[in-house]
Design a protein around this ligand. Sequence first.
Ligand SMILES: C[S@@+](CC[C@H](N)C(=O)[O-])C[C@H]1O[C@@H](n2cnc3c(N)ncnc32)[C@H](O)[C@@H]1O
Length: 504
Amino acid sequence: MRILWKPLGFSRRLLQVEWCRPSESVSLSAITRTLVPRLRKAPSVFWLGQRQRFSTMPETEASMRDPELFSPPSGVRGMTELDRTAFKKTVSVPVLKVGKEVVNRLMRALKRVALQRPGIKRVVEDPEDEDSRLIMLDPFKMLSVESFEKAELSALEELNVSPQLSEYNLELTYENFKSEEILRAVLPEGQDVTSGFSRVGHIAHLNLRDHQLPFKHLIGQVMIDKNPGLTSAVNKTSNIDNTYRNFQMEVLSGEEKMLTKVRENNYTYEFDFSKVYWNPRLSTEHGRITELLRPGDVLFDVFAGVGPFAIPAARKNCTVFANDLNPESHKWLLHNCKLNKVDQKVKVFNMDGRDFLQGPVREELMRRLGLPTEAKPSVHIVMNLPAKAIEFLGVFRSLLDGQPSSSERLPTVHCYCFSKDANPAQDVCQRAGDVLGVPLEESSSVHLVRNVAPNKEMLCITFQIPAATLYKTQALSVENPEEPSLKRQRTDDSFSEPQITSDS
Ligand SMILES: C[S@@+](CC[C@H](N)C(=O)[O-])C[C@H]1O[C@@H](n2cnc3c(N)ncnc32)[C@H](O)[C@@H]1O
């Protein structure tokens, strides 16, 4: 950013102007039509306060503020390879000349009207007077001296500062434009620009639309340039439909390295973003489930990814069994357990979810069945594979042998799913109940996690597995409707409602 300050010459010309009076025959608009472009072009400073003698001038000047003042030059339209030098532009902004000793106090009072542009200092040296400073003001808020509010004028008066404004030529460069302004100037007019992306460590993860693809490298570079800490931009090239839920991606700009480090809810995770699943939009959900857990509880994380449920749970002194089918997720899960110093509290598996439930989960539940009642903590089973997790619920049918004692704490399942239904909570309840073979409407809660796409929600259904479903002997009884033990067992009153909660 450079400020062009050339006070000489033009002010003399301006003096001549301020004494002239529009004759009857020359309309005011004709004068301003000739004068204003000249004022604009002049690489100089002029005093708006003095010009008030030419009474309608400030208003005319105001109404002629170019709405595109802070847009990049029109020549950048259609650019596909980023040329930062093409963004240079000179604009005229109002400034206030003040003694350097009052600047700090005045800045507080002038917060509302001070110029706010990326990379632009609001206070600069006065090239004419080393004891003065120039405060740059927002040209859209400061149209004339009258634009100051009463409190601002009082502050000026108190500090003995004249409200007289002068005008500067300020050189804007690529650094001084926001990413959205750049993309709006470059992409075809009237088309959506994107500045939205998910941040995954040093990586900006974009999801560009077709019309943006010709500009993909430029968009990626602008995102890197405008967001400190980002050094790589990638674009999703396919929907997540592969088993491991990772993205097919193309590096648009910056580093090829996809090994990254993120912080979520005060935990650190490292992984290769091109090989595992990670979604920063799930941090609230990870936190919500962690909040439900109590020290000593047991957590089975069936689709654990790189550990965002498992690690916080372990840090909360829960016993954790975490599984993921993706060998890369498994590797990073182990790594992250160490990184967060919970490797002693998490047992990590690399199996299909069904095998995990039928193997280690079943074994642990059976083992706990034999423990004295007072030694039994709550058991939670998290199943975050929204496209498929409901199908896995069938595994719970007759999973355990024997019969629960009346005080048995049945495992609580948190199962994630998508729904495009008009009534997503009801839809999810119905589908989960069908797979389990029991109605869940009366004994589950559904939490709206996030809106994934128009008309597509991600939800979490939470319920305790009914004893009649979980135990073989109970399941046998289901076939005999006369048998009293067949009744679905509910041990936790908190699941008595068909309840819907949401993040927002
Ligand atoms: C949507 S991600 C969730 C990861 C993690 N729980 C989170 O919240 O970020 C689903 C995970 O399930 C894993 N996965 C997919 N199919 C699986 C299966 N049949 N058995 C076990 N894990 C599976 C994927 O590798 C992926 O890491």
